[in-house]
Design a protein around this ligand. Structure first.
Ligand code: AMP
Ligand code: ZN
Length: 476
């Protein structure tokens, strides 16, 4: 089946045909590490995580690069405010970014190049632009001369006229034209800087992505991603820089952009002060719940974040886990060897679910439809289990494996393995608590109850004895 993707460049859904047959080169703009990442960032990185997972599932050899912007105005300004060294500040938030991405279950990119470790590459490429007359220097700054490039606006559909009307030249800037942008900024006293042919300074923001993408992936790549907020001017400027440097067009074959995660109709962003930091979020909610919520929407659609969408995601995810847990439990029991006719029919239908799932993902990564396929499979599995209490192990394993295979593409349903290990430990703890209770050791019994709760297990003392249930939704 053929994968189709929506390309921001053409504003159309196109057949995905990578430049190098089976190899897919992907670059996604990384974070500016000046503060904790929030769940809006998580939305974008989860979306690309699933896109990369799916490409790998389809057999493509992917090379996936995410840069780390660790020198930038925002970093310098915040460091000044906190009276901290900008490098230390950036290192600190880079670390929290990686911790967050790990906690969210993201697969690692192939490399995370840091800007400060590529200053010489950046200088080299700026020099190419200066030599080719695409860039000019003015008082230690270097600017890209947008009027020299023929293809301004290919991505954002902005014309130079629109930009001229919207932009303004700050009094301290030396630009010739409002849409020109800084490739190199002259050092201000006390700011981090590097030597260059134009004097001490540091790179502008846009140039790093052109340079790092070319350095790590080559002059032309298959997919470049980021949030829709980066289309203009960041990605527009990347195209100008890269194509002017290499003379190769297009720099990027498919531009993919994620919709924004909004709170009360406004983009979640630090500057608006309406953020949920990932670390705080994960203290209360589970990482898979966030992922599930993100994937319930198409990656290009906005997500309105609120308690209702979150709780809905949590309930729906729980529904899938209930079916999976049931399958696991049955697989662990004594089962007959033979496969009945009814079982056989259901097993034969499994491939149909898989094909539907793939069809949904092939349609510009329609994860919300793919999740619907998983729900249908869960519903049919529940019916099957109820009608076939004697189903054999092999059949049940086939069903379970399909859940795991398809869930794995979305980075979901991981906790299945964990839960089995957990079960033994939980059982021991429950037993220990019961014997403590029998001895009237209430303190110990309460301690164990709290410990289990920490592990996401809720105990209920019922008339039929102690029952436990997994708290996947909210960790207290
Ligand atoms: P930044 O560190 O602000 O440059 O953002 C890193 C990535 O996160 C970029 O691709 C942004 O487009 C994306 N991003 C930032 N805020 C949001 C949001 N509220 N929703 C979705 N993506 C976002
Ligand atoms: Zn970028």
């Amino acid at each position: 089946m053929v994968l189709k993707v929506y390309n921001t460049l053409s504003r159309k859904v196109e057949i995905f045909q990578p430049l190098g047959n089976n190899n897919v080169l992907i670059y996604v703009c990384g974070p500016t590490v000046y503060d904790y990442s929030h769940i809006g960032h998580a939305r974008t990185y989860i979306a690309f995580d699933v896109i990369v997972r799916y490409l790998r599932y389809k057999g493509y050899d992917t090379k996936y690069i995410v840069n780390i912007t660790n020198i930038e105005d925002k970093i310098i300004n915040r460091a000044k405010k906190l009276n901290e060294d900008p490098k230390e500040l950036a290192d600190r938030y880079e670390k929290t970014f990686f911790d967050d991405m790990k906690a969210l279950g993201l697969e690692k990119a192939d490399a995370y190049p840091r800007v400060t470790e590529h200053i010489q590459d950046i200088i080299k490429y700026i020099q190419v632009l200066v030599d080719k007359n695409y860039a000019y220097q003015a008082n230690g700054d270097v600017y890209f001369d947008v009027r020299k490039a023929e293809n301004y606006g290919v991505l954002s559909r902005q014309s130079l006229g629109d930009v001229k009307a919207g932009a303004r030249v700050e009094p301290n800037e030396n630009k010739k034209f409002p849409a020109d942008f800084a490739l190199w900024k002259t050092a201000k006293p006390g700011e981090p800087s590097w030597e260059s042919p134009w004097g001490n300074g540091r790179p502008g923001w846009h140039i790093e992505c052109s340079v790092l993408s070319i350095k790590y992936l080559g002059p032309q790549i298959d997919i470049h991603g980021g949030g829709q907020d980066l289309i203009f001017p960041h990605h527009e400027n990347e195209i100008l820089q890269s194509e002017s440097m290499t003379g190769r067009k297009p720099f990027v074959k498919y531009w993919l952009h994620t919709g924004m995660l909004n709170l009360k109709g406004e983009k979640m962003s630090k500057s608006l002060g309406n953020i949920f930091v990932i670390g705080d979020f994960l203290k209360k909610y589970d990482a898979e719940t966030l992922r599930f919520m993100v994937l319930s929407a198409h990656y290009r659609s906005p997500i309105n974040f609120n308690n209702r969408t979150l709780n809905q995601a949590s309930r729906n995810l729980e529904r899938l886990y209930i079916t999976i847990d049931k399958l696991r439990k049955m697989i662990g029991e004594e089962r007959p060897e033979t496969t009945g006719q009814k079982e056989f029919t259901f097993l034969k239908s499994l491939d149909g679910y898989k094909q539907e799932f793939i069809k949904a993902m092939d349609d510009d990564f329609n994860t919300s439809l793919a999740l619907t396929v998983l729900f249908n499979l869960a519903r049919k599995t529940n019916l099957f289990i109820n009608k076939n209490p004697e189903a054999n192990k092999g059949s049940l394993e086939k069903i379970l494996n399909l859940f795991l295979e398809l869930g794995g593409i979305l980075g979901l349903l991981h906790k299945v393995v964990e839960s089995e290990e957990l079960t033994k430990e939980i059982m021991e703890l429950i037993k220990e608590r019961e014997s403590a209770r029998a001895k009237g050791d209430w303190e110990k019994s309460d301690r164990i109850r709290a410990e289990l709760r920490q592990k996401g297990i809720q105990l209920e003392d019922t008339q039929e004895g102690v029952k436990w249930r997994r708290l996947r939704r909210i960790k207290h």
